[in-house]
Ligand binder design. Structure first.
Ligand code: UD1
Length: 367
């Protein structure tokens, strides 16, 4: 029994690592489940991809489809064409996709059209915002998924409402949090930690890459100015995503406290989050990590597909209006930010649950 595990873009890598680890552990105990790791090549820079494989102990991909950059349609088409050729040459018994990136949707469609069943990890989450390519990816993927692995009761409820039967929904928890918990002791400061004079609890960390925030230079600069104006002299460490770097070609005139750095590897980035006074972001995954680490999190979006980070965790949606940043930072500095808890089943064992379920579904337990 062999499954394909698909990974394409940065947020996928932390989600597949614990699944691969669990398969290897079962294999050592006589389990018969095998995998083929397929990297689509959607993210290809060492800083966006290779560093994560190395730090998280993910084996080198068995296949790299090397699709590279392109528009949404170009990337989707390239991934589908190349993955189809791979499946036709050598079929697998199941295609496991994670998250909501273009690679997730493209491989799910390709597999299902060749009658290869699809399992989706992080199924059922919805922002309701159709302007985000990720939301389209989630909806399309879940429309053709056979087995749904979910992170929250919100996700279970969305799936049930769309007619998915209970026996296809597996509430396993969050594999990205498996990775965080497994690596807590290994987190380490980035090389610039001392150089920049960073101290635990005395800086902010920020990431931005959503088109609504970074594709217009005027909007991006307005957000950065607002953050600079209200951060009370604290350094703001800003690992700049390649998409954001394209907009911000000229860095003159940016607030003094803003420290622009390259995208950080996993261990260094989460060290920065764990020791920050707060996180400002438009990512979804980072809101989950901040929640588990108990760090105040401000999300510069109007919606979230991860409402448990708001209802249970430390996250709050500020929207994309720069004017909302000042009052939020004021509440933070006055010590009024909420304390959060940890969502149900975000306990470090989700990868094991997924693999146990796959073994049962595919009849691949130790024989
Ligand atoms: C993708 C995901 C998003 C995820 C984000 C994290 C989709 C629809 N979006 O968005 O869900 O949160 O990754 O990073 O799949 N680029 C590089 N080097 C790379 C990768 C990309 O320079 O290694 C450049 C590309 O050329 C492109 C830009 O960065 O111009 C954006 O990359 P793309 O893969 O289109 O989407 P992301 O914005 O990274």
């Amino acid at each position: 029994m062999r499954i394909d595990i698909i990974a394409g873009a940065r947020p996928n890598f932390a989600k597949i690592a614990p699944i691969i680890r669990a398969i290897e552990a079962r294999r050592a105990a006589g389990g018969r489940l095998r995998y083929r790791l397929v990297h689509t090549g959607q993210h290809y820079d060492a800083r966006m991809s290779g560093d994560f494989f190395e730090q998280l102990g993910i084996p080198a991909p068995d296949v790299n489809l090397e699709v590279g950059s392109g528009t949404q349609a170009e990337q989707t088409a390239a991934i589908m064409t190349r993955y189809e050729a791979l499946l036709l040459a050598e079929r697998s018994d199941l295609c496991l996709v994670v998250g909501d990136v273009t690679s997730t949707m493209a491989c799910a469609i390709t597999a299902q059209k060749l009658c290869v069943p699809v399992a989706h990890v992080e199924a059922g989450i919805r922002s309701g915002d159709w302007t985000m390519p990720e939301e389209i990816n989630r909806m399309v993927t879940d429309a053709i998924t056979n087995h749904f692995f979910t992170t929250s009761e919100f996700a279970n409820a969305h799936l049930r409402r769309s007619g998915v039967a209970d026996d296809r929904i597996f509430f396993v928890g969050n594999t990205m949090i498996d990775t965080l918990l497994a690596n807590l002791e290994r987190l380490r400061p980035p090389p610039f930690w001392h150089e920049m004079g960073l101290h635990a609890g005395h800086y902010l960390v920020m990431t931005l890459h959503r088109p609504a925030n970074v594709d217009s230079e005027t909007q991006l600069r307005a957000l950065l100015q607002a953050i600079g104006a209200h951060s009370r002299g604290l350094p703001v460490v800003f690992p700049v995503h390649p998409r954001t770097a394209k907009t911000l070609k000229d860095v003159s005139g940016l607030p003094a406290g803003l420290q622009l750095v390259e995208p950080q590897p996993y261990l260094e980035f989460n060290y920065l989050v764990k020791h920050a006074k707060a996180v400002i972001t438009d990512s979804g995954g980072i809101t989950e990590e901040a929640t588990v680490l108990g760090i105040p999190c401000m999300t510069l979006r109007d919606t979230t597909e991860r409402p448990e980070t708001v209802t249970v965790g430390t996250n709050e949606l500020l929207g994309t209006d720069p004017a909302s940043i000042g009052p939020a930072l004021q509440r933070l500095f006055e010590g009024q930010w909420k304390r959060g808890g940890t969502p149900q089943r975000w306990d470090g064992r989700s990868g094991e649950r997924i693999v146990a379920t796959l073994e049962r579904l595919l009849g691949a337990a130790a024989g």
